[in-house]
Design a protein around this ligand. Structure first.
Ligand SMILES: Cc1ncc(COP(=O)(O)O)c(C=O)c1O
Length: 379
């Protein structure tokens, strides 16, 4: 490469996510899998979905996987399978994607917030006790960005108060905590296969993983019109099934997940090496005993919005997950919260920034992004 070519390639955009690069690598395998489903003409509740359910259950280290139409449906159905009803309360962190809360609201139940830890962005187990009332039925532990919550104190607290624990594992498939996989740490775990996730479908898809035979049976009924036998419905259900084409695509991608995960972890290590020690930049923490799968590589900086502008002027993609915590969302105005109620969540919403992160990212792109961040904060 000439010096001129080198300089111009340095100015190539660095996207935050590049799904086209992934498709270029695995397109042939995907098309073969889709062809297989088309040839079978079996589109709903067939062998691909059943095999994928077993594969995800095995990955999580639990007995059952129940495929559903999205991560949001996984949450709604898991809450129902855990007995949550209208009028009940469910404790969640306010720093999450809105679906964690709206799944609770969809059942007529009430989200009650507990603040996050400022170092991991996950729910703070020590903030649970003062949030629990005699209406509390469950806690949803959201494993944000690819890092599991500190589950031992959460589960111990829940057991002591007779509460159920649901993992919102939309962002952390494959992560682990003290040698156990995310997805096996509570009563039920909800996965999203939204296209941008570490394991992403080519449309919407989701799954609930659980060790409970009863919960799995109930979930299978609920996702299929409440039918306990063909055309016999014992309770109101949904149409929420993971279709065969998505399952076949996801099975192909699942085979690549370990190598993609290692690539993400490699990029994260490279970013952190370059960013650690730069004043005012906090790279993500990986607590001892955790395996972080870096759905996002999220740093914390004080002048976050100015940094975003600086990076986008340099054609570097970045995003804020999430700029408005749930307790300050218009959706939850009726809960009567105000700014200051959950200070760690609010501060994170103002300071976090997710940098480019996908398996196919190139080392020189990581360097370019880190150097741009360093240039911004040191000038
Ligand atoms: C933390 C979290 N919970 C729930 C969801 C909802 O998943 P879906 O978009 O598949 O409904 C998502 C992703 O979109 C998420 O990131």
């Amino acid at each position: 490469m000439t010096a001129l070519q080198n300089a111009s390639s340095l100015l190539d955009p660095v996207p935050q996510l590049d799904l086209a690069a992934q498709y270029a690598a695995i397109g042939a395998e995907i098309r073969t899998a889709v062809e297989r489903v088309l040839a079978s003409q079996q589109f709903i509740l067939g062998s691909e979905g059943a095999a994928f359910e077993q594969e995800i259950a095995q990955l999580c280290g639990v007995a059952h996987g129940v495929g559903v139409a999205s991560g949001t449906d996984a949450l709604i159905l898991a809450l129902r399978a855990c007995g949550v009803q209208a009028g009940d309360e469910v404790v969640i962190p306010p720093f999450t994607f809105v679906a964690t809360g709206s799944a609770i609201s969809a059942l007529g139940a009430k989200p009650v917030f507990a603040d996050i830890r400022p170092d991991t962005y996950n729910i703070d187990p020590s903030d649970l006790a003062r949030r629990v009332t005699n209406k509390t039925k469950a806690i949803i532990a959201v494993h944000l960005y690819g890092l599991a919550c500190d589950m031992d104190p959460i589960v111990n607290f829940a057991r002591a108060h007779n509460l159920r624990v649901i993992e919102d594992n939309a962002q952390s498939i494959g992560a682990s905590y003290k040698g156990r996989r995310a997805g096996s740490l509570g009563d039920a775990a909800c996965m999203s296969f939204y296209p941008t996730k570490n394991l992403g479908a080519y449309g919407d898809a989701g799954m609930v993983a659980t060790n409970s035979n009863d919960a799995a049976a109930r979930l299978r009924t609920l996702r299929n019109h409440g039918q306990s036998a063909k055309y016999v419905s014992s309770e109101p259900g949904w149409n929420s099934r993971l279709d065969e084409i998505q399952a076949a695509i996801l099975r192909v991608k699942l085979r690549h997940l370990p190598e993609w995960q290692r690539a993400r972890q490699g990029h994260a290590a490279a970013y952190t090496k370059l960013l650690l020690g730069i004043p005012g930049v906090m790279p993500p923490l990986i607590p001892e005993g955790y395996d972080h799968v870096f759905h996002q590589y999220t740093i914390r900086v004080e002048r976050r919005d100015a940094l975003m502008k600086f990076l986008s002027e340099r054609k570097i993609g970045c995003s804020v997950y999430y700029p408005v915590p749930l307790h300050l969302q218009p959706l939850y105005a009726s809960l009567g919260h105000k700014a200051g109620d959950f200070p760690h969540a609010e501060r994170a919403a103002q300071e976090v920034l997710s940098l480019p992160m996908f398996p196919e990212l190139r080392p020189e792109q990581v360097t370019r992004v880190a150097e741009a961040v360093a240039e911004f904060v040191t000038h």
